[in-house]
Design a protein around this ligand. Structure first.
Ligand code: UT7
Length: 320
């Protein structure tokens, strides 16, 4: 059987930092409220003219370098993003062109904050079935472009960034299982107020709209259930996973999932304080951070999980 394993990781955060103090000057909020309710202190924002593909390219090049391969070795490119550069071509095609690789399949996956888990699942299936040998899987977002900077209930949450992994065919198991779900009946709780074929309101750019408290409650319950599903599928008990690498939406959601897994917070990769919610980029950003600072080591078991607009939710259990 062909397995798939992560050969290398990379990430990139744009230079500009927006602190809670900066937000206090923009909307009626406070550093104390933001930290207590979300765990966020600052977030990175793309510069004017810096696109999702620009962030993705930096993260991708670092992942290729970490994997010890060149772009020419890649035969599949998947970008998970909610904020593509253009309606089309896909950001994956734009990235493929930047990397000067031509001909291999390249496409975007849109599952909002769960996008990276979806993309990893798709790449894993390509590799297992012999459709690809080495995939570049990227989560990249410029959420700042769709944030309503006058809405204090959402503008404090989001940031920009990108993370990437090289996933390659291997003889020994890397990804052990993946679990994907969606339920479109919750579409109005976390959405944008318009898009391409639905006109934006008042002729402007579509913006994020969220019923935060309702989303929060469902996210906690749903992520608890997917932890159970993932452990059961692998015949594992709580507490045996080495690291939880969660989507970074809210520190209180992350703490609830860690409790469900019976993991102390020392075994949870948390980047939300410095990065905010970077949607599809948050898991590969967290993963790369912990690989590079030496916390996550080869042979350890990781549980990746995410919940986001759609609703979509998913998890992956893997040996790094
Ligand atoms: O990544 C995709 C998934 N997304 C999520 O999982 C996000 C889930 N939701 C959350 O993280 C939280 O619901 C929020 C952080 C968005 C909000 O926290 P909350 O504890 O659920 O607060 P709330 O929405 O119930 O609002 C409590 C109060 C309200 O005032 P009143 O009605 O009690 O007077 C809000 O108007 O806090 C007020 N509020 C704020 N106050 C200061 C809302 N936003 C702010 C703000 N600063 N930025």
């Amino acid at each position: 059987m062909i397995h798939s394993r992560i050969a290398g990781t990379g990430s990139y955060l744009p230079e500009r930092v927006l602190t809670n103090a900066d937000l206090e000057r923009m909307v009626d909020t406070s550093d104390q409220w933001i930290v207590e309710r979300t765990g966020i202190r600052r977030r990175h924002l793309a510069a004017e003219g810096q696109s999702t593909c620009d962030l993705a390219e930096q993260a991708a090049r670092r992942a290729l370098e970490a994997a010890g391969v060149t772009a020419a070795d890649i035969d599949l490119v998947i970008v998970a993003t909610t904020t593509p550069d253009r309606v089309f071509p896909s950001t994956a095609c734009l990235l493929q062109e930047r990397l000067e690789i031509h001909g291999c399949p390249a496409f975007d996956v849109q599952a909002v904050c769960t996008g990276f888990v979806y993309a990893l699942d798709v790449a894993h299936r390509f590799i297992r079935t012999g459709g690809a040998r080495r995939a570049l899987v990227v989560g990249a977002e410029t959420m700042s472009r769709i944030v309503d900077w006058s809405d204090r209930s959402t503008c404090i949450l989001f940031g920009d960034g990108a993370g990437a992994v090289v996933l390659e065919a291997a003889d020994e198991a890397g990804i052990l299982s993946t679990h994907l779900h969606a339920d479109g009946s919750y579409k109005e709780l976390l959405t944008t107020d318009g898009g391409v074929s639905e006109p934006p309101p008042e002729g402007g750019q579509p913006h994020i709209r969220m019923s935060g408290n309702e989303v929060f409650k469902i996210a906690v319950k749903t992520l608890g259930a997917i932890v159970d599903e993932t452990l059961a599928a692998n015949g594992l008990e709580q507490g045996v996973v080495d690291w939880l690498v969660p989507h970074q939406a809210n520190i209180r959601i992350i703490q609830a999932t860690a409790r469900k897994l019976k993991l102390p917070m020392e075994r949870v990769i948390v980047t939300i304080e410095d990065q905010g919610n970077t949607s599809a980029a948050s898991i590969p950003l967290a993963l790369d951070t912990a690989v590079r600072d030496g916390r996550i080591r080869r042979g350890e078991t990781l549980l990746l999980e995410a919940f986001g607009g759609g609703f979509t939710w998913g998890s992956a259990l893997l040996v790094y």
